[in-house]
Design a protein. Structure first.
Length: 202
């Protein structure tokens, strides 16, 4: 296994940078978040996609640093668009993984795909043959503005719980680890999520 199940970067983003991401999200369509699986009512959140390379690169620079400092040293090549996620009162996302990392999970390039696109296919040639290596989430809400909404990461018999995370703080973890966001009891929690991809593990 590995020594570090996650890498926590307190206040990685400035308040101004958090504001810029939130402003960018206000200009794009918001839809219901989808869970790839057979479980009904597995997720209750609203998402939008931000295709802004300056925002993506800001987050990716921190992920690359975490990849090195945590000792994972994954080969990382291309990131996906930033997913802006809103958890309103009662919102949650049950236990799930963001993707597997073996050869069977590698994306195949296809000319067309359903919406939402399954994780093992892509319309983007840059993502062909890749898998999700590292996931990162940035808390964009003041921790005093909501109750609940904890990010929890599970690795074997260890449970890591992140509550009262300061605005702008980032948590990076391998994409195959199980994680969830507990139900929001009061207020709203907003987050920016991004996945850094690379070739399957060998």
């Amino acid at each position: 296994m590995f020594t570090n199940h996650y890498w926590y970067i307190p206040e990685a983003l400035t308040l101004q940078q958090c504001d810029e991401i939130q402003h960018a999200s206000a200009n794009v369509e918001q839809v219901e978040g989808i869970h790839f699986g057979n479980e009904e009512e597995h997720r209750n959140s609203q998402i939008s996609w931000i295709y802004d390379t300056s925002i993506s690169e800001l987050l990716c620079a921190w992920i690359r640093q975490a990849n090195k400092e945590a000792g994972w040293n994954y080969e990382l090549s291309v990131a996906e668009a930033v997913q802006y996620t809103r958890y309103l009162a009662g919102g949650y996302y049950e236990w799930h993984i963001d993707g597997n990392q073996d050869g069977h999970a590698a994306r195949k390039l296809v000319p067309s795909a359903p919406n939402p696109i399954p994780l093992n296919v892509t319309l983007n040639p840059q993502l062909q043959g890749t898998v999700r290596k590292l996931s990162a989430t940035v808390n964009l809400s003041d921790s005093e503005s909501y109750d609940g909404g904890e990010l929890q990461i599970r690795c074997y018999d260890q449970l890591h719980i992140f509550n009262e995370v300061p605005r702008g703080s980032m948590i990076v973890f391998p994409s195959f680890l199980e994680h969830r966001v507990t139900s929001i009891q009061k207020g709203e929690r907003h987050a920016a999520v991004i996945w850094y991809n690379g070739q399957p593990l060998r």
